[in-house]
Write a protein that binds this ligand. Structure first.
Ligand SMILES: N=CN[C@@H](CCC(=O)O)C(=O)O
Ligand SMILES: [Zn+2]
Length: 427
C-alpha cells in the first residue's frame, strides 16, 4: 500500500484520549497522551497508521515530511466565533479607554448595532471575501475547524445572508465551518420597543434555516439591556422544539442566571460565564453543559473579573476555550494567544488547555469523537509545530508557532506561505 503522506521523526505526538466518550472533565481534563519519537501515515484524508520511525522506514508514500523532533497535535478547534461580518470598530477603542462600558456603547446604537448596519449593506460576495481572509489567518494559526455565529443581520434577509456565507465557506474554504444561528444577538433599532415581536420573527426563520441546513445550533445573547432570562428561555425552548441544539451567551457582563438556564434547557454549552454564580457552576457540572470560556474578551474589555475557570474545572465542568473572534469585544483570530491567556488568567494547566482546544471544543460544536483527536481512521486534521513539546505553545505567547497545517490529509498552510489577502483588513 502507498500512503499519501507520512510524518516521520515526530518529537511528541498528542493523540488525545480518543477512547473516552464525552467531553473531558475533572481529572481527565488534566491527562494527556504524549507519544514520543513516532511516525504517522495518512491515506484518503484519514489517519492510517501510527508507528515507530523504524516501522515507517518500510512504509511507502507519495510524500514524506521529516518533523525533526517537532510537536504534532490535532488541528485546533475554535468553538465560538462571529466570523462573518462587514466593517470594523476600531473607533470604539477610544470610547472604551475613556471608560464607556460595552453595553452603553450598544445602548447608544453603536457596538453590535454598528456592525449590523455595515453587514446589512454588504454584498454576499464581499462578506465571503472578508470572512475567507479571516479564515485563512485562523488556518495559519493551526485552527482547522471553527464555529461561526450569525447575528449581525437581525432581520431575515441579512441573517440568511450571513448563514449562507458561512455554509459556502464550509464548502469552499480549506477550513471547516460549523454554523450557529444567533439572530437573537441584539434588539434592532426598528424593534427597540418590541423585543418579543423581534424574537418571534427570528423563530419564524428557523424553518428555512432547517430546510437549507444553514445551522445546527441556536444561540441568544442573554444580558442586561439585550434579552432577559425569560425571553431566552422561551426563544431557546422554541428552537429546541424545532430540533436545534442550543447554546447561550450567558453571564458575560451581569450575572443574570444564564448558566442555570443553560442547565435547565440542556444546552450543549454556555459561553462567556464571567459572572456565573457558584450554583450555576454546580448545575452545569450536573447537567453536563460545556463551559466555553473566552479570556480574550475579558482581556480586551479590560474586565477586572474573569470566569472562575478553576472552580469550574475542580467541580467537574467540561471546559473549552475560544477566541470569540468578532469586531467589537475580541478582534483576534489567534487561538494560540487564547491558550496563553487561559494559563495566565485562569491558571489552567497546559494539559487542560490542550484538551480544551481539541477534544472538548469538538464536543461543543457537535463533532465530539470525530475531530480534535488523532486516531486510526479519523480525519487527518493536524498541526506540525515549530516547538519540541506541547508546553511551549501557551508559554511563548503572541507569536504563531504553527509550521505546517494539514486538513483532511492535505497541507493547507506552511510557514513562509504568506497567503494574506488584502481583505484581511477590517474595513
Ligand atoms: N457579547 C455578545 N457578542 C459578542 C460581541 C459581539 C460584538 O461586540 O460585535 C461576544 O460574544 O463577545
Ligand atoms: Zn460571542
Amino acid at each position: 500500500m502507498k500512503y499519501d503522506l507520512i510524518l516521520e521523526n515526530i518529537g511528541q505526538l498528542l493523540t488525545m484520549d480518543y477512547e473516552k466518550e464525552g467531553p473531558l472533565c475533572g481529572k481527565d481534563m488534566n491527562e494527556l497522551i504524549v507519544l514520543e519519537n513516532k511516525a504517522l501515515a495518512i491515506a484518503d484524508g484519514r489517519i492510517a497508521l501510527i508507528g515507530s520511525n523504524e516501522e515507517a522506514s518500510e512504509w511507502k508514500a507519495e510524500k514524506r515530511i521529516d518533523c525533526e523532533g517537532r510537536l504534532v497535535t490535532p488541528g485546533l478547534i475554535d468553538p465560538h466565533t462571529h466570523l462573518v461580518f462587514a466593517g470594523s470598530r476600531e473607533h470604539e477603542m477610544g470610547l472604551k479607554q475613556q471608560g464607556v462600558p460595552y453595553l452603553e456603547i450598544l445602548k447608544q446604537g453603536g457596538g453590535i448595532l454598528s456592525t449590523v448596519k455595515a453587514t446589512r449593506a454588504a454584498d454576499e460576495s464581499d462578506l465571503f471575501e472578508k470572512a475567507s481572509g479571516h479564515l485563512d489567518r485562523m488556518l495559519s494559526y493551526g485552527m482547522t475547524t471553527v464555529e461561526a455565529k450569525s447575528g449581525y443581520g437581525l432581520n431575515a434577509e441579512t441573517e440568511l445572508k450571513q448563514l449562507r456565507t458561512a455554509k459556502k465557506l464550509n464548502a469552499e474554504h480549506a477550513a471547516e465551518v460549523v454554523s450557529t444561528f444567533l439572530g437573537a444577538h441584539a434588539i434592532p433599532a426598528e424593534h427597540k420597543h418590541q423585543p418579543d415581536v423581534f424574537l418571534e420573527e427570528m423563530v419564524q426563520l428557523l424553518d428555512v434555516i432547517e430546510k437549507e441546513e444553514l445551522a445546527q445550533f441556536v444561540d441568544i445573547f442573554c444580558e442586561t439591556g439585550v434579552f432577559t432570562i425569560e425571553q431566552s428561555r422561551v426563544f431557546l425552548s422554541k428552537a429546541k422544539q424545532k430540533g436545534f441544539k442550543v447554546k447561550i451567551h450567558a453571564d458575560e457582563i451581569d450575572p443574570l442566571g444564564g448558566a442555570e438556564l443553560a442547565s435547565e434547557l440542556g444546552a450543549v454549552s454556555a459561553e462567556h460565564l464571567v459572572g456565573t454564580s457558584d450554583e450555576g457552576i454546580k448545575q452545569m457540572a450536573e447537567k453536563g453543559v460545556i463551559a466555553c470560556l473566552l479570556p480574550g474578551t475579558s482581556f480586551y474589555l479590560s474586565k477586572p473579573d474573569h470566569a472562575k475557570a478553576r472552580k469550574m474545572l475542580d467541580e467537574g465542568v467540561a471546559v473549552t476555550l475560544a477566541t470569540d473572534f468578532n469586531p467589537g469585544s475580541c478582534p483576534t483570530e489567534n487561538l494560540q494567544l487564547i491558550m496563553a491567556f487561559a494559563a495566565v488568567m485562569y491558571k489552567m494547566t497546559t494539559k487542560e488547555i490542550w484538551n480544551a482546544v481539541t477534544v472538548n471544543a469538538a464536543y461543543a460544536i457537535g463533532l465530539g469523537g470525530i475531530r480534535g483527536i488523532i486516531a486510526p481512521m479519523k480525519q487527518a486534521d493536524l498541526v506540525i509545530w515549530d516547538a519540541g513539546n506541547y508546553e511551549y505553545i501557551p508559554y511563548h505567547f503572541g507569536v504563531n508557532h504553527a509550521r505546517t497545517v494539514i486538513k483532511k490529509g492535505d497541507i493547507v498552510f506552511e510557514k513562509g506561505d504568506h497567503r494574506e489577502p488584502s481583505s484581511l483588513s477590517f474595513s
